[in-house]
Design a protein around this ligand. Structure first.
Ligand code: ATP
Length: 324
């Protein structure tokens, strides 16, 4: 049995404490306070997506979780252990935003290096590497160099490297950057499998479609706090009772007057100025009212759709801004 597997099976490790518990965390840089009272608990076996505007402090939160910047006030515990302690860091697997692998080495060689760095005994490295590759389904590419792999395989290898120390908390920072659609589905399935195995998984992402696919819970970081956290469906039902998301597109950007009509209906445009979305009442009158208003204003949409509100509507409502 590998050292890592032994560590995982050790009954002394069966702590009832959650993989991650943050209470009243404040942190920042110099005079700058970035996190101003963050509360967040992640349970084993769940995936939580953390979203927030650019500069909200997501990377700062990751640094604090990994013990790289100290809390000014509040506590961060990893399986009950204060984040500053080495024992806590050993329970965290971090797959950073930039692929943190040796590009000229193969997947297997990289995993062997990281296993040694994670403290796996030399004699246990091969078993550890084989175990992690089986867990992440990357054996078929084991002997390919990182720089020859697609973005999707590189991301999977990046996740595998985070698992060599057999963590309880897996932190994935922007795991879908550079990943095409089919590979994203594979990645989502992998993340869910790892959670089903008992890991607590925190996914920091700007990719709302991925967040909706992979995470049962979402946390929205805004103005230094977790403004909202919970099951996505429940949060949406509570925030938008009997409402639907309306999405309207135009062949060319509407006039300022047209934009104003849309804004009055709660529909906000994207940067290109041709796609607008917002929430409307989930009644025939809600949809009919919008369509009638478009007609009166002389606005001819290219497409118009009404669908259940999703993370983007929730995010816009909580942060007051569009999708980052
Ligand atoms: N080392 C640092 N020293 C001083 N200020 C910093 C440092 N790192 C980040 N900041 C500032 O702290 C704030 C939060 O940054 P952070 O990188 O945590 O945000 P983020 O939510 O991860 O942003 P993004 O989504 O753009 O990656 C920003 O205003 C940033 O300029």
């Amino acid at each position: 049995m590998s050292a890592a597997a032994h560590h995982y099976d050790d009954p002394k490790d069966e702590s009832p404490a959650p993989p991650l518990a943050i209470l009243g965390l404040t942190a920042g840089y110099g005079a700058r306070t970035v996190l101003a009272g963050v509360d967040l608990v992640l349970r084993a076996g769940t995936v939580t997506a953390l979203v927030g505007p650019n500069g909200a402090g997501k990377s700062t939160l990751v640094r604090a979780i990994c013990g790289r910047i100290p809390p000014r006030t509040g506590v961060i515990r990893i399986c009950g252990i204060p984040a500053a302690e080495g024992e806590a860091r050993a329970r965290i697997g971090l797959a950073p935003q930039d692929i943190a692998l040796y590009r000229a080495l193969t997947i297997a060689e990289n995993l062997a290096v990281f296993a040694r760095l994670a403290g796996v005994r030399r004699t246990d490295v091969a078993a550890c590497v084989a175990g992690v590759m089986a867990r992440t389904g990357i054996e078929e590419r084991a002997n390919e160099r990182i720089d020859r792999l697609s973005g999707g395989w590189q991301r999977r290898a990046n996740v595998a490297a985070a698992l060599v120390g057999n963590p309880r908390l897996l932190v994935l920072d922007e795991p879908t950057v550079g990943v095409d659609a089919p590979a994203r589905a594979d990645l989502a399935a992998l993340v869910q499998r790892l959670a089903a195995d008992g890991l607590g998984v925190l996914v920091i992402t700007h990719d709302f479609a991925f967040a909706e696919e992979v995470a049962e819970r979402v946390a929205i970081l805004s103005e230094g706090r977790i403004a909202l956290e919970g099951r996505l469906a429940a949060l949406i039902a509570a925030r938008f009772p009997n409402q639907r998301r309306a999405a309207v597109t135009f062949a060319t950007p509407p006039s300022p007057n047209g934009r104003q009509v849309l804004a009055l209906r709660g529909l906000i445009g994207d940067e290109g100025g041709t796609s607008f979305s917002g929430v409307v009442s989930d009644t025939p009158e809600g949809a009919g009212g919008l369509i009638a208003a478009l007609k009166v204003a002389g606005l001819v949409p290219r497409t118009i759709a009404f669908e259940a509100a999703g993370l983007d509507a929730l995010y816009a409502d909580v942060t007051g801004s569009g999708h980052p």
